[in-house]
Design a protein around this ligand. Structure first.
Ligand code: PGA
Length: 253
């Protein structure tokens, strides 16, 4: 059984001062909740305070990026070792905003995945197509290319430590989520790639999230699908109440 996972991607939002009340409120709402694995991914500047606040709760910490070198003269970058040391369990890698605005290639994302695994961070690996690629009937090709680039570095024994997130770019921050059916179809396709490369058992154990305009209203329908194991949540994770409702999608409201 794959335990549902809800990860809040705060992106470049919330100062240190603003992070504290948000985390405290979230702890009040879901700090002891066990049916969903709950992860918050604040900006680097709030990781330390988040780690201090969430200790002794069920909330886990994630980062939004890392650099694949161990240490050294890489001004402005953060290493996997630093993230491990500050208390991160997860790290989002290959988000479309990184691929788009910062020209991250799939090969670079793969290197980052490798580095994360060395330091026991669980990568949440994002893949997904642009609107024009979907319209051109190329959505699966894009997802396959981005996923297979990761397969080149991922050993069979490591697959249970990674999470994939299917995030169609046209659905991110637009309020237009993919339909549960379309999201599930692509996630099933991604799982079939895992079956092909690593076998049935590994593929069945690997969690694949959906991301793109997830909110408290659409989460139940998404989670009712066979292959959607959770969500990577942007905008709706910036308010404790809405993120908590997503985390508690199983509960009656
Ligand atoms: P959104 O972002 O929920 O604001 O659409 C999702 C993401 O980019 O991970």
């Amino acid at each position: 059984m794959r335990k549902p996972l809800m990860a809040g991607n705060w992106k470049m939002n919330k100062t240190l001062t603003e992070s504290i009340p948000l985390i405290k409120e979230l702890i009040n709402l879901v700090g002891t909740y066990q049916d969903t694995e709950t992860v918050i991914c604040p900006p680097f500047t709030s990781l330390w305070v988040a780690r201090e606040l969430i200790q002794d709760t069920n909330i886990l910490l994630g980062a939004q990026n890392l650099y694949f070198q161990k240490e050294g003269a890489y001004t402005g970058e953060i290493s996997a070792r630093m993230l491990q040391n500050i208390g991160c369990s997860y790290v989002i890698l290959g988000h479309s905003e990184r691929r788009g605005y910062f020209q991250e290639s799939s090969a670079e994302v793969a290197q980052k995945v490798q580095e994360a695994l060395i330091f026991n961070l669980k990568p949440i690996i994002c893949v997904g197509e642009k609107l024009r690629e979907r319209e051109a009937g190329k959505a699966q090709d894009i997802v396959r290319e981005e996923t297979e680039a990761i397969f080149t570095v991922l050993k069979p024994a490591e697959v249970d430590r990674v999470v994939f997130a299917y995030e169609p770019i046209w659905a991110i921050g637009t309020g237009k989520a993919a339909t549960p059916r379309d999201a599930n179809e692509m996630i099933q396709y991604l799982r079939s790639l895992l079956v092909h490369k690593y076998g049935e058992r590994v593929a069945e154990d690997t969690r694949i999230l959906y991301g793109g305009s997830v909110n408290p209203e659409n989460i139940k329908a998404l989670m009712a699908e066979s292959d959607i194991d959770g969500a990577l949540v942007g905008g709706a994770s910036l308010q404790a109440e809405s993120f908590a409702r997503i985390v508690k999608f199983k509960e009656k409201e």
